[in-house]
Write a new protein. Structure first.
Length: 190
């Protein structure tokens, strides 16, 4: 019976390697974002001199947006792999990020929601710039809920929900940490 138990435990422990292809897929996702980043850059560069200030701002915001998503993927890849699969052996490498190996699941959630809120803010800013371009071109005042006019009210609502979610995640983690600290303190006093 002990041999079966040991076999099952080894099998379950080694099943963590089934996550490795997910992280490799996310690395490919960063490559896809790099290609899209290059396309965006090549799209704006030839028209740079004739583009309006708002068009340049929109193009740069699109680049920032892609960069933030790539950063988010990198955080998820590094911390997810290290938390759930295996430690990444880069000890002593001069370029190793300081946060690597120190981002637990709780910190990862906060970093992910913060990145999503930042991406949402960029999208919202792009909508506001597009709205100002639309109004300057002589268009009627758009309905803020309509899909054709980018649905700015929807984007604002979603952004507010994301911000509130982020604050609630941070608050829950703070409560959890205080609970654990209180438990550790009471355990050492006994």
């Amino acid at each position: 019976m002990k041999a079966i138990e040991t076999f099952l435990e080894v099998l379950i422990f080694n099943s963590r390697w089934l996550l490795a292809p997910f992280y490799l897929g996310l690395v490919i996702g960063i490559g896809m974002l790099l290609i899209k980043f290059g396309q965006e850059l090549l799209h704006i560069l030839p028209n740079m001199m004739s583009a309006s200030e708002s068009e340049v701002v929109l193009a740069v915001l699109a680049l920032v947006d892609l960069s933030l998503v790539a950063n988010l993927l990198l955080i998820v890849i590094f911390s997810g792999y290290e938390n759930f699969v295996s430690k990444i052996n880069t000890a002593g490498h001069e370029d190793r990020p300081e946060w690597m190996g120190h981002v637990d699941f709780s910190s990862l959630k906060i970093k992910v929601i913060a990145s999503i809120v930042a991406i949402s803010a960029i999208e919202l800013l792009k909508s506001f710039v597009n709205l100002s371009l639309y109004l300057k071109s002589g268009g009627d005042t758009p309905a803020i809920w309509s899909e054709a006019d980018q649905g700015i009210a929807w984007k604002v609502g979603i952004h507010v929900v994301l911000v509130i979610s982020g604050v609630l995640f941070a608050y829950m983690d703070s409560l959890s940490e205080r609970t654990h600290a209180f438990k550790r303190k009471s355990d050492t006093q006994h």
